[in-house]
Ligand binder design. Structure first.
Ligand SMILES: NC(=O)c1ccc[n+]([C@@H]2O[C@H](COP(=O)([O-])OP(=O)(O)OC[C@H]3O[C@@H](n4cnc5c(N)ncnc54)[C@H](OP(=O)(O)O)[C@@H]3O)[C@@H](O)[C@H]2O)c1
Length: 225
């Protein structure tokens, strides 16, 4: 398993783990060769478009079969108050000029864009602390790691009188609580659309990925026939 290294203390895994970038597509190609990798499963976050593209390209160059594990995106249901935007700048624009109480649940990497809208009051949740803090006068920080229940998320939104949740469309259950809580409370959600990902074979569950590995041709069997 390969982790990007974005979190200081990642959850432990029952398989060997390496951490950190490969050095672009060429680095990943070299790694696949050096480690005699037979199969590549791209199980990265749906917003990690760069490594997904590198994985697809490196697998193609090496003739290594690749499968992407892609959780289906959430879709809005009755009662949801979603605005869908392409990126964080779109989220900033959607918040507008009027000061709002905003819950940022998008991770650490793109938080900086909200410094352009210092009139809002932010609650910012991340797995690791935001360093340096966002350059705005009103921000509170919450360091927490999911999964989060709908009840807890509802309490959090109420307690902080949140008017807008900014979220990524991660799919799955672990982080859906805030979306369901926002619906229940009539809170607005600004949903960042997923980036374009490479077109490779994909499955929606870990079980299906394991089944793919179980049924894949044994290493050494000629590929592509
Ligand atoms: N990565 C995560 O664990 C994670 C978790 C939750 C959310 N996200 C979201 O995904 C978006 C992009 O995240 P990102 O910067 O991590 O991905 P990215 O933009 O796709 O990748 C940037 C670089 O990080 C390295 N990298 C990414 N994933 C890797 C992995 N599994 N193993 C080894 N190297 C890896 C690669 O470096 P080289 O080119 O040097 O190989 C890659 O070029 C952000 O919006 C973030 O919030 C990511």
């Amino acid at each position: 398993m390969s982790l990007a290294g974005r979190t200081a203390n990642p959850a432990t895994q029952p398989v060997p783990v390496r951490v950190g970038g490969f050095g672009g597509t060429n680095g990943l190609v070299a790694y696949l060769a050096a480690q005699s990798i037979d199969f590549l499963v791209d199980a990265t976050h749906p917003y990690a478009a760069t490594i997904a593209a590198h994985a697809a390209e490196a697998a193609m160059r090496m003739g290594v079969p690749i499968l992407a594990l892609r959780r289906p995106a959430w879709t809005a249901v009755a009662g949801d108050r979603w605005s869908e935007v392409d990126n964080v700048d779109g989220a900033v624009r959607t918040l507008g000029e009027t000061p709002r109480r905003v819950f940022l649940a998008i991770g650490r990497q793109e938080i900086g864009a909200f410094a352009a809208a210092p009139q809002h009051n932010y609650l910012i949740r991340s797995v690791d602390p935001i360093e340096p803090p966002l350059n705005v006068p009103h921000a509170n920080y919450l360091v927490a790691r999911g999964p989060f229940t709908e009840d807890d998320e509802r309490a959090l939104l109420k307690e902080n009188r949140i008017g807008y949740v900014v979220a990524k469309n991660s799919g799955g259950h672990a982080t859906y609580g805030k979306i369901a809580a926002a619906r229940a409370l009539g809170v607005n959600v600004i949903m960042l659309r997923r980036p374009n990902l490479p077109r490779v074979s994909s499955v929606e569950t870990v079980q299906d990925a394991v089944a793919w590995l179980d049924h894949a041709p044994a290493p050494g069997v000629e590929r592509g026939v």
